[in-house]
Structure formats: C-alpha cells, structure tokens
Design a protein around this ligand. Structure first.
Ligand code: CA
Length: 510
C-alpha cells in the first residue's frame, strides 16, 4: 500500500511538473534609455503624460526602490543580461569595454530550456549577439530618424521614427512566432537618450507648462569635490545647438548630422517647429539665470516630447498581448537602464551614486502572480532581474550569477530584499564624473571617489534626502563612517571587486 502511494505521488509530481513546464511564462522586457522616474505619472510626476507605462503599474507592481549597480547605458544592459556586476561581466564603461557574448546570460539559459528569444532595438553592446533566436538591434547608440539596424543578415537602414520602428519589428517577430511559446523578448528603446529628437506629431505637447525649477537647481556643490568638477550642468554644458536645436542659421541647423539624415518632410517639420522658437529666444536676449531657466524649460519639453512616442508604442505592445490572449501568461517589465537628472543639482545626464541616477523606474506585471496596483518598497538592483526571471521560468539559476531573485517579495510590499546596496561607476571620460564606488542602506550612503578626485562622502539620507551635505568629516558621524565602511568592505568582498578593495585600503584620510 505504502509503495503504491509513493508511486502515485511520483506520478502526480511528474505530471504537475509537466503542467508547470507547459505553463512557463512568456517574458517581455521593455527597456528605455535614460528615462527618469521623476517624469513618470505612476512615480508621482504631476506633469507627466505616461498612460501606458502607468498601465503596467496599475495592473502590476511599482518598485519604489529599484537601483542599478553602475549608472550608465552599456554596463546596465550587460548586468541585466548576465546578472553580474560590471567587474565580473567585463563591461565596465561605454568608452573602453567590449561585451563578451560568449559568457552566460539569463537569455541563454532561457533559450537552452526551450524559450524563443529576441532582442529588438537598442542594446549598446555590439552586434555579435549570442543567445537570441532573432535580433535586430540599433547600431551603437542608434538614431531617432531613419536608423540603421544590425541583424544576423548584416546592417540595414529603416525609414521612419525609431520608437515606431522598434515596436513594428518587435510585434512582427511576435506575430511570426505563431503559437510558439514560451518566448522572451527584449524591446530596447532609444528614447529618452540625448540628443532628444521627438516624433514631430508630439511637438508642442508640453510647451505651455510652467515647469517648477528643482530646489537644488542652483547647487554650489559645497562639500562635494567631485560634483564641482562635473560637466553636466544645464546652464554651462547643455548645448544650445546640439541639444536644444537653437542654431543661429537654418544652414547651420541643416548641416548638423541629426538633420542631414532626415528626409525632406521630417526636416520641414523640424524647421517649422524650431525656427520660430529660435527667433523668439533671439529677441529676448536672455542672460545669466534667465537663460539657464529657459534652457531648463526647453530641456524638459524636448525630453517629455521624446518620451511621448515611446509611451504610445508601449501601449501598442500591451494591446497586442491583450488581443492575442497572451497577457495573462506574460511577464511584462518596464525599466530604464538608469535614472536621469531633470535639473536636480542643475544637471542633465546620469552616472552618480546620488539617488536620481542610482535609482531607475521599474514596473512589473504578471497577472495572477503579482497583485495589481501594488507598490514594493524592498530594495532591488538590476543584477537581481536575471535570477528572478529564471526562477519564474523554472530554470535553475547559475551559481555564478551575483543577483538575488526577488520572487519571494513580489506580493510582500514591505518586505526587505537587500539591506545594503553596492555600487561601482568606472567610466572616466565624458561629463567628467570621477569614478566611484559605495554602499547605501535605508539611512546612509557612503561613497569613495578615485582617479579624478580622491575622497569620501557620507550622506544622511533621512536628514538630507537631496544629498547636499557631505558629513564624512563631521565628528558627530564618526561612528556611522566606521560602520558604513565595514558594510562597504563586506559588499566589496561579497561581490569580489578587487579594484575597489585595493582602493578601499588606500588610506587617504589625513
Ligand atoms: Ca542610459
């Protein structure tokens, strides 16, 4: 009798395992570029118009505290794929690194277990992809108009606007799959990367908004030496021509690479919108703060106009999944490769371990498994996504992945996932941000800069959420410095970051 019972149980286990295998979820990751959570309705922006991104939040979970390990384009994608920090997957910075596609990735694991896999759009990790049944990716950074794509058949230009084309290609691939499931599709958007080039149909949508100047816009960077050296100030570094399309003459505008690649209709639409703005600006003869604030306003408009097409195209993907009855068994993730400054500290761009670039928007919908309209406050990092998706797909997580699956907190809004967050930014080039690494917990953030600037910063995030006062040398924080250094060393050792370890032990305190 007992033997029979065991045999029956085994049959049931095998059967249910088989059923689970058949029901493995599809995965659609929509990955934007430089999209700030401050400009998303679901994250509380009052001026944002992001109905489709908000739809994912309404039907799934919004992660309040999702972070990246290295706040820059290529490295963030490398981490998403590998589940490893930059020093382990080898893609440390955009300027000197080459991504080794021979290494393992969560997509390779999914493909090996029967998933159909594809990456369409921006990847920024070269053109020799592995692990994908299909790919059609933007060459390098890609362009907003008439972009060139690279696939297994080589490079080819497609006419039109990038967010539409990327979505057309992605839906075309899904359509071609027929009933083949499961699939894993990454849709990589060019938006909202610099220089912001909106779809002309979105011109004017934010022109009348009186954007509030962030309270840290006139930051003087006192007590933060690395911040003093940066070159990402809207006032000083944002370019009137390249960024804001304010060219002194029409000829100069047309000589710019962004316009040279447009067809006549596209060019005419840009001329019709931008030339009157230039004439108006010229008449105003703005200087000093008035000009800085004009630039801030135009920056907001350019950026939000560019995001419009992306959000509209995200809606097309959600509609498609609905129409094809795929929505219930498809995990949809929306995230950016990092956060972005929308005038906080006077900046545009990213890179810093300060909150606006350290954090990223992250939304996840999985009907039946994730409570609609839920908010998750546990801290997660982008390295955690790969093991999470593998667990949800019932695929064993390779032991060398450094991320930690957050499946167990998906329906626990208050549960903690990671106590401390480790960060390491390596690039030492454009925008002059000193390389740095650090650790953050719920109250404190400790940062060690090196190469351009050699120093430490400590922030008390509860007393100073805008990170304006470095209290590293404040005697009343001596104990905190000591305990945060202990935490930092523990993270360095845990993630096996030898470069950070050597710098950590280089004593620079006088
Ligand atoms: Ca980026």
């Amino acid at each position: 009798m007992f033997k029979k019972y065991i045999a029956l149980s085994l049959v049931l286990v095998v059967l249910s395992g088989h059923l689970i295998a058949q029901k493995r979820p599809n995965v659609v990751i929509i990955l934007s570029d430089d999209h700030a959570y401050q400009t998303i309705g679901a994250y509380g922006s009052t001026y944002a118009h992001t109905p489709n991104i908000d739809r994912i939040a309404n039907e799934g979970a919004l992660f309040k505290r999702a972070y990246v390990n290295n706040s820059i384009c290529g490295p963030s994608r490398a981490t998403l794929l590998t589940g490893k920090y930059s020093h382990k997957n080898g893609f440390r910075d955009n300027e000197t690194s080459e991504f080794d596609f021979n290494q393992d990735s969560f997509v390779k694991q999914l493909q090996g277990s029967g998933y159909n896999t594809a990456w369409v759009g921006k990847i920024h990790l070269g053109e020799k992809l592995q692990g994908f049944n299909y790919f059609d990716v933007l060459v390098g950074q890609g362009t907003y108009f008439n972009p060139v794509f690279a696939s297994k058949d080589g490079r080819k230009q497609t006419k039109g606007y990038v967010s539409d084309i990327v979505t057309d290609k992605a839906l075309g691939w899904l359509e071609g799959l027929g009933d083949k499931e499961p699939f894993c599709l990454v849709i990589g958007h060019k938006a909202t990367h610099r220089t912001w080039m909106p779809d002309p149909q979105d011109f004017g949508k934010f022109d009348s908004i009186d954007f509030e100047i962030p309270k840290t816009f006139y930051d003087d960077y006192a007590s933060r030496d690395a911040a003093k050296l940066q070159e990402m100030s809207i006032d000083k570094d944002m370019q009137m021509e390249y960024d804001l399309k304010m060219f002194p003459t029409l000829e100069a505008m047309m000589a710019d690479g962004n316009f040279k690649r447009m067809d006549k209709k596209q060019r005419d639409q840009y001329i019709a919108y931008y030339r009157p703005i230039y004439k108006e600006l010229e008449a105003k003869k703005l200087k000093g703060q008035a000009l800085a604030e004009w630039k801030f306003k135009r920056y907001m408009i350019e950026y939000l106009n560019t995001a419009e097409s992306m959000d509209r195209n995200i809606g097309r993907v959600l509609d498609y999944l609905q129409e094809k009855n795929l929505a219930d068994n498809t995990i949809v993730i929306y995230l950016s490769d990092q956060g972005f400054y929308m005038g906080e500290h006077g900046w545009f761009d990213k890179r810093w371990m300060y909150e606006e670039s350290f954090r990223t928007p992250f939304l996840m919908r999985y009907p039946g498994k994730i409570t609609p309209h839920s908010t998750i406050s546990g801290k997660v990092v982008n390295a955690d996504i790969a093991p999470t998706l593998l667990e949800l797909a019932s695929v064993k997580v390779p032991s060398d992945m450094q991320g930690k699956s957050f499946v167990n907190i998906l329906n626990k809004p208050e549960a903690e996932h990671r106590k401390d967050l480790f960060y390491h930014y390596f690039e030492n080039g454009e925008h002059a941000v000193s390389p740095h690494f650090g650790v953050a917990n719920d109250q404190y953030k400790l940062i060690r800069y090196y190469k351009r600037v050699e120093n430490w910063e400590l922030f008390d995030m509860k007393a100073d959420p805008s990170e304006m006062r470095n209290v590293y040398n404040d005697p009343s924080y001596k104990k905190i410095v000591k305990s945060m250094k202990k935490k930092l060393l523990r993270e360095i050792v845990k993630f096996d970051d030898q470069e950070a370890k050597a710098i950590f032990f280089t004593d620079i305190d006088k």
